[in-house]
Design a protein around this ligand. Structure first.
Ligand code: MN
Length: 201
């Protein structure tokens, strides 16, 4: 089955004031839809057309001359599908339990983690993402360009923030650092903990 944009798990205005309703409409309804449409067009008629997007992104080397297009467009679909789930109107606060302990252990403290994650997002030149990943042995922070997803490098994305201008420009204009500071208010740590648990087991 062709890919579809999943419905938002909350209202378009539910993440205000951190992310405004107009940005959510454009980002989800227009940008994400465009990635889905383009990915479906690229994969139509190939053996990958009905495969889960994760599987496609783990096998970009098999896509031949479509690899770059699929990396961008299917990557855009997967990244945004995750991004909506990693935010919640009931988000914010700090992770607890095993995830909280693992973050403290890997980065020194939750505040140190936040500083390093923000730094990855601020320093990503142009468009891309900052990520908390599980690399098979533990937690790490990385950033990727464009719509690249860590899954294509064999890592598991646990949390990612979109630093394309389309994610923040209406509300924050050029102030990407302010967007990244505010974004912690909507992070869905329960969802992140689910991914951490699955990746650690
Ligand atoms: Mn985006």
């Amino acid at each position: 089955m062709a890919y579809e944009v999943p419905p938002l798990p909350y209202d378009y205005n539910a993440l205000e004031p951190t992310i405004d309703e107009a940005t959510m409409h454009l980002h989800h309804d227009k940008h994400h839809q465009a990635y889905v449409n383009a990915a479906n067009g690229l994969l139509e008629g190939t053996e990958w057309a009905d495969k889960p997007v994760e599987e496609v992104l783990k096998n970009l080397g098999s896509l031949g001359d479509k690899a770059t297009g699929v990396r961008n467009q299917a990557g855009g679909h997967y990244n945004h599908s995750l991004f909506w789930e990693w935010m919640s109107p009931n988000g914010g606060g700090a992770p607890d339990g095993d995830l909280g302990s693992a973050i403290d252990s890997a980065f020194g403290s939750f505040d140190d983690f936040k500083a390093q994650f923000k730094d990855a997002g601020v320093k990503r030149f142009g468009s891309g993402w900052a990520w908390l990943i599980h690399d098979g042995s533990g937690l790490a922070i990385v950033s990727t360009a464009n719509q690249d997803n860590p899954i294509s490098d064999g890592n598991t994305p646990l949390l990612g923030v979109d630093v394309w201008e389309h994610a923040y420009y209406l509300n924050y204009q050029n102030r990407r650092p302010d967007y990244l500071d505010a974004w912690w208010n909507v992070v869905n740590w329960a969802k992140v903990a689910e991914g951490f648990s699955a990746a650690s087991s």
